[in-house]
Design a binder for this molecule. Structure first.
Ligand SMILES: [Zn+2]
Length: 418
């Protein structure tokens, strides 16, 4: 029993050191002891272990101190590579980062909407294979794979239960990938991952209570409390897009009517442009899409809005209005410290924000509204893959013993060759 306690304590202390270094490095051992509240001897001994396992490295000295100059400690960016991936409705994205979260390799492939599931999964596996090769070429160990999908995920099993925008149900994704890639694998909802990614590396770094809302093909969200995504009772918290905004509204992909998503998704946004043009308003976007509205992207509309196109600007203003109404509800319900707004629509934040903030000002309770700072996501469309990286990072920081033990680390050749 005492042994278990000791191991647990040691693990918690290692996690604390890694997290403190992630947040505040470079730090001397003395400063690390002060910030963590651990005694100097404990810090020295645990840092020695982390240096041996390569997770931490020494860099330079602090000449300003009295007495012996203190050596700086940092997380070692070359401690290993992490793979982040996302299956989108019309793309697959895979990136590779070092242990500092810096992207070292990136590949994005377009898929057709409603592409066969098998085709998408084959593409994903071949891209993951390439990422493994890349790590191998640089002689880096792989620390794990974090994968985001747009739907409800049983995180413990790594199973996609229901992904309405992909048309998938009950896909045992983790089990399938685990057969080919001998790595720690985490599968989660893409918006939940994006929320974590922004908390770890982006616009909500250092913030304890974060509401993340992502508007793209769907409208998803994630709530992060102390760097953990709030899972809810069974892991499905954060499905903000399916709050009812209008009981008589259009039918949503989930089956319900008038969900917030039907007013704010990318499709709702493009529909506003189309309807304005069809009602006779002049817009440069008519020529941009050449009559095929499905081809029109958010970037096209951003460009038009920047050039002064009034249809484009009105579509952003109206979408921002609905975004603001939903956000005001969520701010009232949750009282978040920061609201991060991401996804494809955030590309047009300069045109969305004015009407969005007007609605929040008008509808949210003052006490909550004053605290909630609304910011644009750092990673935009890359937020979910950065969240995939963050889940693996989080796993290492919270259960470092699993990883620092050499045998638990997969070599870069861990991926099976086909
Ligand atoms: Zn819905």
């Amino acid at each position: 029993m005492r042994n278990v306690d000791h191991t647990h304590m040691r693990e918690m202390n290692i996690a604390l050191i890694l997290e403190t270094l992630r947040r505040d490095a470079p730090l001397s051992r003395t400063r690390l002891a002060q910030l963590t509240g651990l005694n100097k001897a404990t810090v020295t001994s645990l840092v020695r272990e982390l240096l041996e396992s390569d997770f931490v490295h020494e860099s330079g000295t602090d000449a300003g101190d009295v007495g012996r100059p203190a050596i700086h400690l940092n997380l070692n960016p070359q401690a290993g590579y992490i793979i982040g991936a996302e299956i989108g409705v019309d793309f697959v994205l895979v990136i590779l980062t070092n242990f500092a979260g810096e992207v070292v390799w990136r590949r994005r492939e377009i898929t057709r909407r409603h592409e066969r599931q098998e085709t998408v999964l084959d593409l994903l596996e071949s891209m993951l294979q390439d990422a493994c090769q890349e790590a191998h070429a640089h002689d880096r160990r792989l620390l794990g794979l974090g994968l985001g999908v747009p739907g409800l995920v049983d995180v413990a099993a790594g199973t996609v239960l229901f992904a309405p925008n992909l048309g998938w149900a009950d896909v045992r994704l983790k089990a399938r990938l685990q057969r080919k890639f001998k790595l720690p694998i985490e599968v989660a909802n893409e918006a939940n991952l994006a929320a974590l990614g922004e908390s770890y590396f982006g616009a909500a770094r250092g913030v304890n209570f974060v509401l993340y809302v992502s508007a793209g093909v769907g409208l998803g969200g994630g709530i992060v409390l102390n760097r953990e995504v709030l899972p809810g009772a069974t892991g499905f918290a954060g499905e903000v897009g399916h709050m009812t905004m209008d009981p008589n509204g259009p039918q949503c992909n989930c089956g319900n009517f008038g969900c917030w998503e039907t007013f704010v998704s990318q499709w709702a946004f493009i529909r506003r442009v189309r309807e304005a043009v069809e009602s006779g308003q002049a817009s440069s976007l008519t020529t941009t899409c050449g009559g095929d509205w499905d081809r029109l992207t958010v970037s096209d509309v951003v460009e038009a809005a920047r050039a002064g196109d009034s249809v484009a600007r009105a579509a952003f203003a109206e979408t921002g209005r609905y975004l603001g109404i939903g956000l005001a509800n969520l701010i009232n319900a949750l009282n978040p410290e920061r609201v991060v707004f991401g996804g494809a629509l955030s590309l047009g934040h300069e045109f969305l924000m004015p009407s969005l903030t007007t609605e929040v000002e008008r509808r949210a309770l003052r006490a909550s509204r004053d605290k909630a700072e609304i910011v644009v996501a750092t990673y935009g469309v890359d937020a979910s893959v950065m969240g995939g990286i963050a889940t693996i990072f989080h796993r290492i920081l919270s259960q470092p013993l699993d990883v620092t033990r050499a045998e638990a680390v997969s070599p870069p050749t861990g991926a099976a060759r086909r």
